[in-house]
Design a protein around this ligand. Structure first.
Ligand SMILES: *Cc1c(COP(=O)(O)O)cnc(C)c1O
Length: 495
């Protein structure tokens, strides 16, 4: 196979504009017309900070500066982005067109219900479609992200137990293949999170699960498919065992992309489930939002839904219902991230039932294809049919050449590919978690596989090239710990 050459820069841009100081003292930066009204000083000078040394840059150069910065981002619009667990799929532009319709973009969250019937209809329909897709009775759209959806779900589970006078339940079982937000959520609700081991096939260890069950168990938080990209093979036994002990089953449905139209979580023992609209239903995300993490619930949890809930009265009029005495209360200002919800509904309606199912089928096919073509060069953590993602391990490369997973990830940047998620899940040594999504073409998958194979060869033939990567980006290896702990977020004239 011929070697693939790394492009000099992913964006084809030269670094100079970033490295030189653009500000010039006295540069013509703005021109205000002469004052033609009497001069007044409403602020008494208190709000004017003369010590600020603002950059003196013209409008066009300012624009170019920010455009150049933006083009240095690795984004799904620019490059292949197989970031496991994050579902970086194509964000169809029709979603954006809909979200920008004046009737959607220009309404105010405090408008009276009768003036925003269309917006309430959008929310009502989405509640119903999400319930239909997951098999539950209804859903709340309020949570701002997956993690807040988890909080909503667990608060509802707590309210359910307390409402029945069951006050002893304080322990939440969380398999070690769960997303990291699951134990964090349990802790935020004041519960104790109890880790449950995975068995050698990547399933929940049933014996360990059963040994932890008693009348102090709130329930189980199950990420399914798990962060190993695997569908729990004993799902019904797991959910039955929890119910036998009087607990409830929380489903982390952020990986719903893999089972859309194929499995309804309500049919396999879940009592509620959060959905990541910004993953499964294609709205843009990254760097923390905005997203939407609706939670679908069964009839046991319905009384505890956050307020308000969108309802449709018998006369066909929509309204926000606050009159719900057992509600856990409000979780977020206004009605959730409405613009994201409108995008999500567009995507669901555009695909229809058949289309949603084919999304899952293609996502699973793409992941299994890559898993198969890479399995002779990288160790596959759990070598069985995967769902929408799979986990490789850089164990072999580390043992044979000293090259680590971090080095492999950095080398991918040289080829204009966003690295997969690395060192997560924690239960796989040197893990590399790949989620190609259904959006990508066979040609892109083959290119990625060829690059990954070449990097595996480089680990043996020229490990130094990998240790020092990336070579062709604006910056090389960054000190990520210092960048996170002591970020420089302010523009400073003197560097
Ligand atoms: C992304 C993700 C979450 C958290 O969702 P956010 O919207 O980032 O808060 C939870 N669980 C799983 C499995 C995820 O992939």
């Amino acid at each position: 196979m011929t070697a693939i050459e790394a492009p000099p820069l992913a964006t084809g841009l030269q670094p100079e504009p970033l490295l030189v100081e653009l500000s010039r003292p006295g540069a013509p930066t703005h021109v205000l017309p002469p004052l033609d009204v009497p001069e007044v000083d409403n602020f008494g000078g208190q709000l004017l900070r003369s010590e600020l040394r603002l950059p003196e840059v013209g409008e066009l150069d300012t624009l170019r500066h920010f455009t150049h910065l933006a083009q240095r981002n690795f984004s799904i619009d620019a490059v292949f982005y197989p970031l496991g667990s994050c579902t970086m799929k194509y964000n169809p532009r029709v979603n954006e067109d809909v979200a920008r319709l004046p009737g959607i973009a220009h309404i105010h969250p405090l408008q009276p219900d009768e003036t925003v019937q269309g917006a309430l209809a959008i929310m009502f329909e989405l509640q119903q479609l999400l319930a239909a897709i997951t098999g539950f009775s209804t859903a709340t759209l309020q949570p701002a992200a997956g993690a807040q959806g988890e909080l909503a779900g667990m608060l509802m589970m707590r309210a359910y137990h307390l409402d029945r006078g069951d006050t002893r339940r304080v322990r939440v079982l969380v398999p070690d293949s769960a997303h990291g937000t699951n134990p964090a959520t349990a802790a935020m609700c004041g519960f104790q999170s109890v880790p449950i081991r995975s068995d050698p096939n990547g399933n929940v260890d049933l014996d360990h699960l059963r040994s932890e069950l008693d009348d102090t168990v709130v329930g189980l938080m199950l990420t399914n498919p798990s962060t190993l990209g695997l569908f729990e093979q004993h799902l019904l036994e797991v959910t039955d065992a929890i119910h036998q002990a009087g607990g409830l089953v929380y489903g982390d449905g952020a990986n719903l992309n893999a089972i859309l139209g194929v499995v309804k979580p309500a049919d396999v023992g879940f009592d509620c489930l959060h959905i990541n609209v910004h993953k499964t239903f294609s709205t843009p995300h990254g760097s923390g939002g905005p997203g939407a993490g609706p939670v679908a619930v069964n009839s046991l949890l319905e009384p505890f839904l956050p307020v308000p809930v969108v309802v449709k009265d018998t006369d066909g009029i929509y309204r926000l219902d606050f009159d719900r005495p057992k509600s856990i209360g409000r979780l977020k200002g206004f009605q959730g991230h409405f613009g994201i919800l409108a995008r999500g509904l567009t995507y669901i309606r555009m695909h229809g039932a058949e289309g949603l199912r084919s999304i899952a089928e293609t996502a699973v096919l793409n992941a299994n294809y890559l898993r198969a073509v890479l399995s002779d060069v990288y160790e596959v953590a759990y070598d069985r049919t995967c769902m929408h993602e799979f986990v490789l391990s850089g164990r072999r490369q580390k043992a044979e050449t000293g090259v680590r997973t971090l080095d492999i990830a950095k080398r991918l940047l040289d080829f204009g590919i966003h690295p997969p998620t690395i060192y997560f899940p924690l239960i796989v040594d040197e893990s590399i978690m790949v989620e190609p999504t259904e959006s990508e073409s066979r040609a892109t998958l083959d290119h990625f596989a060829a690059v990954m194979r070449q990097i595996a060869r480089e680990c043996h033939d020229s490990p130094d090239v990998i240790h020092d990567a990336p070579h062709y980006q604006v910056v090389g290896r960054l000190d990520e710990v210092t960048a996170a702990r002591k970020p420089v977020l302010r523009w400073q004239l003197d560097g």
